[in-house]
Write a protein that binds this ligand. Structure first.
Ligand SMILES: Cc1cc2nc3c(=O)[nH]c(=O)nc-3n(C[C@H](O)[C@H](O)[C@H](O)COP(=O)(O)O)c2cc1C
Length: 281
């Protein structure tokens, strides 16, 4: 790395209302250490984030699940109960005390799940693909160990507002825990990615087909809180989209890199605090 790049790396940057002293950001890392059976962030998680917080730095939290029915990994924390919010609050407070910043990553695993995690609810996806749960090499972390995913069903169009609502509630909970922002997990083969990819999305409604249609769920998730609360409020600027994570394997077979970049331009999207302050406070 040359000197210019090094000095840029250690120079301040503003992300919405969050001012970082440098650009070394800790990536989200699922550690499976929440207190079970309720997915509450406890002492072990508190110790982990305390060790990693630094003055002026940013941590993206490990993926936090939206609800009991959207759990996809044994031990992963949630963002849907008061006890979870209390656990997160202790973590956020310590990070802030050390001068750091922390965003919550919000996660819907879609078909990457098992009924033993979801309270018996079948996992949902863009479309049904039996090969997904029949493949013996695909395993899910459950309370009884690593097992193949449960059969999933296609999310009905009428259910999508409920999914958006779950994201909205999780954003509010993250905010009440004191997080500086949230990140929507839109990659790695989970629900939003299952809609984005033409291999897993065979829908014939406005959530399937063209790249624009496959990206619809993602953009609704990102815009929903603002759209519902105040339809005249500005849309989240595409300047807040993190482009750096696009990888060749993320490209759908029918999309050229340019098309994909121009329409989707994502792997992870950061939603900054100021947008939500405007609408939720
Ligand atoms: C143990 C482990 C847990 C991870 N958990 C998450 C996660 O919760 N959310 C997420 O978006 N990515 C997760 N990732 C992906 C990482 O954030 C990161 O994108 C990936 O390791 C690639 O980073 P690299 O390009 O620096 O190697 C995880 C990776 C590892 C190894």
């Amino acid at each position: 790395m040359n000197a210019t790049k090094t000095s840029q790396l250690f120079s301040p940057v503003e992300l919405g209302s969050t001012r970082l002293k440098h650009r070394v950001v800790m990536a989200p890392l699922t550690r499976s250490r929440s207190v079970q059976p309720d997915g509450v962030p406890g002492d072990l998680m508190l110790e982990y984030y305390t060790q990693r917080a630094s003055d002026g730095g940013l941590i993206i939290s490990e993926a936090a699940q939206l609800s009991l029915a959207t759990r996809g990994w044994h031990g992963a924390p949630g963002m849907y109960s008061d006890a979870q919010v209390d656990g997160w609050k202790k973590i956020v407070d310590v990070v802030h005390t050390k001068g750091g910043h922390i965003f919550a990553q919000l996660w819907h695993p879609g078909r990457f799940s098992h009924v033993s995690l979801t309270g018996g609810e079948a996992p949902v996806s863009a479309s049904v693909d039996p090969e997904y749960w029949q493949n013996p090499s695909r395993l899910i972390s459950t309370p009884s160990g690593w097992i193949q995913p449960s059969p999933h069903r296609a999310l009905a169009k009428s259910e999508i507002p409920g999914v958006l609502e779950e994201y909205g509630k999780a954003v509010k909970r993250a905010k009440s825990a004191g997080f500086d922002g949230v990140e929507v997990h839109a990659g790695n083969g989970y629900l939003i990615d299952q809609f984005l990819q033409d291999g897993s999305n065979k829908r014939t409604d406005e959530y399937g087909g063209s790249i624009e249609n496959r990206a619809r769920l993602l953009f609704e998730v990102v815009r929903w809180p603002l759209d519902v609360r105040d339809r005249s409020s500005r849309e989240i600027s595409l300047q807040t989209v993190d482009l750096s994570q696009i990888q060749p394997r993320q490209l759908s077979s029918t999309a050229t890199p340019t098309q994909y970049r121009s329409v989707v331009t994502l792997f992870r999207i950061l939603i900054f605090r100021e947008g939500y302050e405007k609408d939720f406070c």
